[in-house]
Design a protein. Structure first.
Length: 526
């Protein structure tokens, strides 16, 4: 993952080949916080005042105070915002344009003074230890702010009584001792070296927060907080993290670098509707390919470095060729304005698919009840207007494991990729109820498949789209590749320039629609 405010490039899946290895669940009404009809925390009215503090420059201890206050007030008419770049700057400008009164704040202690009436006391913790996550877990339930031990005197002078001292408590002990205080359907896994991110969201939802390498403990937590819970944040090993969640019937929301998520989920966005565009008449004697940007499941990237970065959404090349973007359906619950912005600012040849995984990141192969999981996904797909979806599965899985999703009326087609490599199924096509599930045939991934390699592969495809489904192919573009040579959008431009004659570049939704039109009736009973 990358988060531009921290200059962090801890890229997901980047070293995939070097190693072997909530949505209706967020959506469960919490036993500790009233849930809105669509999920999230119920707003107590439109936002009127926004107290803004710069994110950069906050110390880890002060950042915890800000996030606790932010989570406690996230649904109030007066809310707190951490100023930052990318979409966070856009959202702040939107609120200001909508008449929200902006109040500049100089310090976390100024915020505490302003919102003192929302706080009943303090939870004492020690930075750099697991007590940080324990304090995060308890602050929502106790209506408290987390205070590092170095600030105890200052907090008590400000009138904060210590409600709990958790400095010697780790997450398993806290889970055992305080389990009934935590919300159902949601939890957060957050590393101890990230005290400044996502914790407002955990506080707002009274979500149990932990960091662990103990896979059995992770599975126990998400299973007991279920059914079908969403674990937000990130782990230390991608494949193990997603596998653990999937085996427990849960899904993941990669969000470990998120800011302001508790406020974003309460900002109204209106009806979300993908931009529609006319399609060109289908041609004979050609092959069709579509380029799809990877990692759309990455909520923190969608809120952060995705928008404003010239390698991605703000590339000067966007609009010069058809492009398909994965976006997380979870954004419909926790950051609908991100989708609203993308839909409103799309170019005529931009298209969107949900991905990868629903409701969050998951491997269908390990899910014990894929039918229930698919039903959990349906409201999100309807809310986000995303009928074409991406599925990322464990290598030992099969395309037939997408059948429960294809059975949904909200789903019109699926893009399928294996874990490593994404195009392991080599363009195979699976049908269910007359709907196509098409696997990736090609990649654009640095040191794996270059633009020239891709062009040579495309040249071997047939050019009979009405009679031969192998005339269609989708290309997964690795979001974290080609950083030193212009980025993935530049790699696509180079690849298109090398494509053989009689090749047409379109979007993935159009490819699935053409497959359905040309071959769907023959597979209606599949």
């Amino acid at each position: 993952m990358c988060f531009q405010g921290h200059i962090v490039m801890a890229t997901r899946r980047e070293f995939l080949y070097k190693t072997s290895a909530g949505t209706a669940a967020l959506l469960h009404a919490s036993n500790a916080a009233k849930a809105a009809p669509t999920g999230g925390v119920s707003s107590k009215g439109p936002i009127q005042d926004l107290w803004v503090i710069p994110h950069n420059g906050l110390s880890p201890a002060d950042s915890m105070i800000v996030q606790c206050l932010q989570g406690l007030t996230a649904s109030q008419p007066a809310r707190i915002w951490q100023r930052h770049s990318s979409f966070y700057a856009i959202a702040e400008a939107q609120m200001k344009a909508e008449g929200v009164r902006i109040h500049e704040v100089g310090s976390a202690w100024d915020l505490l003074k302003q919102f003192r009436g929302e706080v009943k006391g303090a939870v004492l913790y020690r930075l750099g230890t697991h007590s940080l996550n324990v304090a995060t877990s308890l602050c929502g339930a106790m209506q408290a702010v987390a205070i590092d031990e170095s600030l105890r005197g200052k907090a008590e002078a400000a009138g904060l009584k210590v409600l709990a001292d958790v400095r010697e408590i780790d997450e398993p002990e806290a889970y055992s001792k305080y389990r009934r205080m935590f919300a159902s359907g949601i939890s957060v896994e957050q590393a101890l070296d990230k005290p400044g991110n996502l914790r407002d969201f955990a506080v707002a939802h009274r979500a149990f927060t932990f960091a662990t390498k103990d896979r059995a403990f992770r599975t126990k937590v998400v299973q007991e907080l279920g059914p079908h819970s969403v674990l937000w944040g990130w782990g230390t090993d991608e494949f193990q993290w997603v596998s653990d969640l999937s085996r427990a019937g849960a899904t993941g929301g990669p969000a470990d670098w998120c800011l302001n998520l508790s406020v974003l989920e309460n900002l109204p966005a209106g009806k979300l509707q993908r931009p529609t565009r006319p399609t060109k008449p289908q041609e004979d004697g050609v092959r069709y390919v579509a380029f799809v940007m990877s990692d759309g499941d990455n909520v923190q990237w969608m809120c952060g470095d995705f928008i404003g970065n010239t390698r991605f959404w703000d590339s000067p090349l966007r609009g010069t060729f058809p492009m398909t973007w994965e976006v997380s359906a979870l954004l419909g619950e926790v950051a609908p304005r991100v989708l609203q912005y993308l839909y409103a600012n799309a170019k005529p040849n931009d298209a969107f698919v949900a991905g990868a995984g629903l409701p969050g990141y998951t491997f269908p192969h390990f899910q014990s009840d894929p039918v229930a999981l698919a039903r959990q996904s349906a409201p999100l797909l309807k809310t986000t207007d995303l009928p074409f979806i991406s599925v990322l599965n464990a290598n030992e899985g099969s395309m037939a494991e997408t059948d429960p999703l294809l059975a949904l009326p909200e789903v019109e087609g699926i893009l399928y990729k294996d874990y490593a490599p994404y195009n392991r199924s080599n363009g195979a096509l699976h049908w269910s109820r007359g709907k196509p599930c098409l696997s990736y045939k090609f990649l654009l991934w640095e040191n794996l498949m270059s633009p020239a390699d891709l062009a040579r592969g495309v040249a071997t495809m047939p050019t009979a789209p009405r009679t031969d489904p192998a005339s269609f192919a989708i290309v997964n573009v690795h979001a974290w590749s080609y950083g030193k040579s212009g980025g993935p959008m530049e790699a696509i431009r180079q690849a298109i320039a090398l494509l053989p004659p009689n090749t047409r570049v379109t979007t993935a939704d159009h490819i699935l629609a053409m497959l359905h039109s040309n071959f769907g009736k023959a597979h209606a009973a599949s």
